[in-house]
Design a binder for this molecule. Structure first.
Ligand code: PMP
Length: 304
């Protein structure tokens, strides 16, 4: 018999697929890690499980306690799954603009949602979460935007998986950044193992990495309003700022040409990967992360 003892065991070890329908220079290969194969549907399932495991190990959280986190959605779903695993309550503070599907899924997994005004951005959600923290007993703040355990999640899981999947033959690693945990932790692991690797970070317009001003964008899950303390600029070998329209065109290509139903952050990552591929030498292997699927954005018109 081959089965998992519970859904939590199914987090990680996601499939890696080669992207073959785009014209690439001779000898350049492109791969994508399909993080929507995680049970909660995104790269953030890894984070939820890891943060709560660490909080229990450090004695910061115990059964029956409550986690409170500001989240754009996927982190909430990952943490809500982990809250079931570790038998704690979950409250998420979500700016209104974020996808209804994600908020519905968090509720389905037993979490409580507190909405904050869209205009106040993630900073508004963070402030509200801190306020709640002071009023609820046995509360723990996972703090994905400050907690160094965020990048550690990916240093310990996604990085090693990619390295193993491709037998260490990776020349360029590309990932979008929201909190930056995925990019930072995976890059740190891969640079230790593969000193020549180029690590490429991706943001939408309306994010600050390329010196732009923080502002609204339609690409969900990536984009920074401030630089979290665990981000190290020395890992930004290249920064791509991908306009929303381009990200959405690419996610449509991914569906039609590859049969990959991915979200807009994956569209941005794909565009960055294709730009890198264009300039790459024969023999270059590029790998990127498709963080979630399009299904949770249908009602926000992802394919229209
Ligand atoms: N893509 C999507 C769809 C996401 O939800 C997130 C997480 N916000 C990311 C990419 C980026 O992940 P990270 O927070 O690790 O930078």
């Amino acid at each position: 018999m081959k089965y998992a003892k519970n859904v939590h065991e199914l987090i990680g070890n996601t499939p890696l697929v080669e992207i073959t329908s785009f014209p690439l220079p001779e000898g350049v290969r492109l791969f994508a890690k399909l993080e929507y194969f995680n049970p909660g549907g995104s790269v953030k399932d890894r984070l939820g499980q890891y943060l709560l495991k660490r909080a229990f190990a450090d004695g910061k959280l115990k059964e029956g306690g409550t986690i409170i986190e500001p989240t754009a959605g996927n982190t909430g779903i990952g943490l809500a799954l982990a809250a079931i695993q570790f038998k704690v309550n979950a409250i998420f503070v979500v700016p209104e603009k974020f996808s209804m599907e994600k908020q519905t899924l968090m509720r389905a997994l037993g979490a409580r949602i507190v909405n904050t005004p869209t205009e106040r951005g993630m900073a508004g959600a963070i402030a509200k979460a801190k306020e709640l923290l002071d009023t609820i007993p046995d509360a723990f703040y996972p703090g994905q935007f400050q907690n160094a355990a965020n990048p550690d999640t990916y240093y310990e899981s996604l990085g090693p998986e990619l390295y193993k999947d491709l037998d260490g033959h990776i020349d360029i690693f590309i990932a979008g950044a929201g909190s930056g945990g995925t990019f930072m932790g995976t890059s740190r692991y891969l640079k230790e193992k593969i000193p020549h690797i180029k690590t490429v970070i991706v943001e939408p317009e309306g994010s600050i990495l390329n010196g732009g001003k923080s502002g609204p964008h339609r690409t969900e899950g990536i984009g920074m309003e401030f630089l979290p303390p665990f981000m190290e600029k020395s890992y930004f070998d290249q920064i791509y700022t991908i306009p929303d329209d381009v990200a959405f065109a690419r996610l449509a290509d991914a569906a039609r040409q590859e049969g990959l139903l991915v979200g807009s952050s994956s569209g941005a990552a794909l565009e960055a990967a294709l730009r890198e591929a264009e300039q790459a030498k024969p023999g270059t292997n590029i790998v990127t992360i498709f963080a979630d699927s399009s299904e949770r954005y249908i009602s926000s018109g992802i394919y229209s």
